[in-house]
Design a protein around this ligand. Structure first.
Ligand code: FMN
Length: 362
């Protein structure tokens, strides 16, 4: 009996299996609004059998986009196009989720295929903010902008933007919400000592650096319905001397669990150019850390990073390292990965694909 294909419930939401598509920026929105590209990108993985579809890093404010092509939930105009996609995902039997976040000092960049360098204001960029006034990278070629250090008032306003985005996510029909606290973007940059050098109540020791995340979780949980799951993606290790460790993140997981977070999405890296491991050399190590965090913080986890094979995914769930596996690059190459995995594991594939396809399968 496959554990990977055993349904899983958090609160009132049931996932038909433990396979999710990891959030992947598509850099294809205009003014933060989703379009047919997102419909096909997300919808095809739902039709392909995944139980959970997490839409890409979605900005809570326009200045929170990574690139001009990133999606957003800062305006009511962004609700309806997302709602149509989510209805399609639900119709295919999958759960639509969205990752909300703010890019912080890593915002205002060109799309990867336009070079990925920082965009100056006269190139379509915008002013950026962060916990401290240090640039992501002072590399002479990339010349990343220097962020403005956020005041306590700026912080309060940012938390309101997270709350408003959560309300719009609900209106758009998302059934699970993920707060982006990884990869060097705003919330992670507050938590990691590699970036946060503040000496006020939002900096200093671990608890001070965690304050931004914890207050944001409190504010979002207050508007995100009790019966729907709330996730946080963490960089469970910074992978660099002096950065966050798995122990720091186990503590963070305990704190957010107390505040009503249901599951931790265990990613890694990204705080500084030297720790740019979000899709780098250490991604494969994240799965083991998801297991450690699950055991020691007593919270459900999603494991991500170089999960490519059905048996590997089955083993991650069966051994208790995670409750859900997320795939990014592999699912980019194969929208029907879940369907193929079901076949390989001898599972009745019909229960995991749309009737239009399943009817014709053995
Ligand atoms: C094109 C692309 C875009 C990504 N965008 C996001 C994103 O929006 N939010 C996020 O947390 N991670 C993002 N990631 C990271 C993935 O979600 C995932 O954690 C990482 O690729 C490791 O998983 P994999 O080995 O299955 O690819 C992105 C990865 C890729 C390849």
């Amino acid at each position: 009996m496959s554990q990977l294909f055993t349904p899983y419930s958090i609160k009132d939401v049931t996932f038909r299996n433990r396979i999710g598509m990891s959030p992947m920026c598509q850099y294809s929105a205009i003014d933060g609004v989703m379009n047919d590209w997102h419909r096909v990108h997300l919808g095809s993985r739902a039709a392909g059998g995944a139980g959970l579809i997490i839409a890409e890093a979605t900005a809570v404010r326009a200045d929170g986009r990574i690139t001009p092509g990133c999606t957003g939930l800062w305006s009511d105009d962004q609700i309806e196009p997302a709602a149509k996609i989510n209805q399609f995902i639900v119709d295919q039997g999958a759960v639509p989720a969205v990752q909300i976040g703010h890019a912080g000092r890593k915002g205002s960049a060109a799309r990867p295929w336009d070079g990925g360098a920082h965009l100056k204001d006269d190139e379509g960029g915008w002013p950026i903010v962060g916990p401290s006034g240090t640039a992501f990278d002072d590399d002479a070629i990339r010349l990343w902008k220097t962020p403005t250090q956020m005041s306590v008032t700026d912080i309060a306003q940012m938390q309101v933007a997270f709350v408003d985005a959560a309300k719009r996510a609900l209106a758009a029909g998302y059934k699970m919400l993920e707060i982006h606290g990884a990869h060097g973007y705003l919330l992670h940059s507050f938590f990691t000592p590699l970036v946060n050098t503040r000496d006020d109540e939002y900096g200093g020791d671990l608890r001070g650096r965690a304050r931004m995340m914890l207050e944001t979780v409190d504010a979002v949980r207050a508007v995100w319905p009790e019966n729907l799951p709330l996730a946080v993606r963490l960089s469970v290790a910074d992978w660099i001397e002096g950065g966050l460790t798995i122990e720091d993140n186990i503590q963070m997981a305990k704190w957010v669990k107390e505040r009503g977070v249901d599951i931790i999405d265990c990613s890694g890296g990204g705080a500084t150019p030297a720790a740019r491991a979000s899709i780098g050399s250490r991604t494969g190590d994240q799965v083991g850390l998801a297991g450690k965090l699950r055991a020691e913080a007593g919270i459900a986890t999603m494991a991500v990073g170089e999960i490519t094979e059905a048996k590997q995914a089955e083993e991650i769930i069966a051994s208790g390292q995670a409750d859900i596996v997320l795939l990014a690059r592999k699912m980019m190459r194969d929208p029907y990965w879940a369907m193929h995995a079901a076949t390989e594991l001898g599972v009745d594939v019909k229960a995991h694909v749309p009737l239009q396809y399943g009817f014709y399968m053995k």
